[in-house]
Design a protein around this ligand. Structure first.
Ligand code: ATP
Ligand code: LTN
Length: 334
């Protein structure tokens, strides 16, 4: 707890351009939850280097992601929006937690298996211990709740296991966090292959809607979205393409799948796809203009970066010092 509020932590990697999946599955929930909790939203750049990055590009993307958090509607005066690499406690706690994590546990992580297969030429130890750094992120702020997409639930489970193991040895040091997965939009699928999740790193740009795509591109991508030959807008497992489009439409408009089925009863896929495209455009348009404005105001973004890093550091150090003491590191002499 900070004051009378529970704590929320979440983060995103600054790799690639954010997709509609990232927005609807994660960022939008962050905004909906922001008032209820004391929130920490990190740009997790330490995680990004588990995959080889071009330094200038990583720096540019990290800043653009931080700006996008604000453009999407997170108030940086109320929410702590900061770069993970600016708070050294993340790496320090991760080291300690590494010593409380079993290789057997890490061997079960599906994201590691997927990423190792994708980057067979660079299966580094950081990629392997990625979930431990993620546990450190969350536990450092004593987070109660962690909003993520479904693909991150396994990492939340290992975080809870590590925290519980540590608490069993040393007493109640860490808050045990709960995952928060939004009801709709938890898994937005590729527009070109509805069996695959929409992903920043997809080689086919037509499968993903990027948050920075212009309206014409968005409409065009929806028009080309893979559907089926049923010719009926129905929310069913047998029509994964249409189901995905209904999900997207529902999160953008606040309607339920049943209402959408009714709205498009007797209408063709062309009409439906256009309506989905337009709904997405109207959600993204204000984000685009706010992003453009914020990008021009360098001094303001710089001040947010500084102020929030200091705030994050304050809370991080509180936990870190406690942990260091518990495991037996010598006291600091002042
Ligand atoms: P990459 O392709 O590089 O693995 P990604 O697009 O999967 O990236 P992440 O940075 O791993 O994105 O995820 C950021 C957040 O967005 C996470 O909380 C994740 O669960 C969520 N997310 C990612 N893709 C989707 C999706 N298709 N639908 C819903 N949520 C998603
Ligand atoms: N692994 C997450 C990003 C991430 C995160 C976190 C999310 C790093 N640390 C802590 C929630 C809480 C991802 O790839 N989406």
């Amino acid at each position: 707890m900070i004051g009378d509020k529970k704590v929320l932590f979440s983060g995103m990697q600054a790799t690639g351009n954010l997709t509609l999946g990232n927005y609807l599955g994660a960022l939008k929930n962050w905004i909906d939850l922001a008032d209820e909790y004391e929130c920490f939203y990190s740009v997790v750049d330490l995680h990004s280097i588990t995959i080889r990055q071009d330094p200038a590009e990583l720096r540019r993307r990290a800043r653009s992601l931080l700006t996008l958090y604000i453009a999407a509607g997170l108030d940086p005066e109320k929410n702590c929006i900061y770069y993970q690499s600016h708070v050294s406690g993340h790496a320090e706690l991760a080291w300690i937690l590494n010593c409380f994590t079993y290789m057997g546990e890490l061997n079960r992580m599906t994201q590691f298996k997927d990423k190792a297969a994708k980057h067979a030429d660079n299966i580094n130890a950081g990629l392997y211990t990625y979930p431990v750094l993620m546990a450190a992120d969350i536990l450092l702020y004593q987070a109660d709740v962690v909003p993520v997409g479904k693909d991150q639930l396994q990492h939340l489970e290992i975080t809870r296991d590590i925290a519980q193991r540590f608490n069993n040895i040393y007493g109640d040091v860490f808050t045990i966090p709960e995952a928060y997965v939004g009801k709709v939009g938890a898994k937005i699928m590729s527009l070109q292959d509805p069996s695959k999740k929409m992903s920043k790193s997809d080689e086919n740009p037509n499968g993903s809607i990027y948050l920075m795509d212009d309206p014409d591109t968005i409409i065009r991508k929806f028009k080309r979205a893979v559907t089926d030959s049923e010719a009926c807008v129905r929310y069913s497992e047998e029509q994964p393409g249409i189901r995905n489009l209904i999900d997207i439409y529902c999160v953008c408009t606040g309607k339920t799948p049943a209402e959408v089925e009714k709205e498009f009863d007797g209408k063709g896929y062309g009409d439906f796809k256009l309506a989905v495209g337009e709904a997405v455009v109207s959600v993204l348009k204000p984000i685009h203009s706010r992003f453009d404005e914020l990008t021009k105001d360098k001094a303001y973004i710089d001040s947010i970066i500084k102020k929030n890093a200091e705030k994050a550091e304050y809370y991080a150090l509180k936990t870190l010092r406690k942990v260091q003491k518990k495991v037996g590191f010598p006291e600091r002499i002042r």
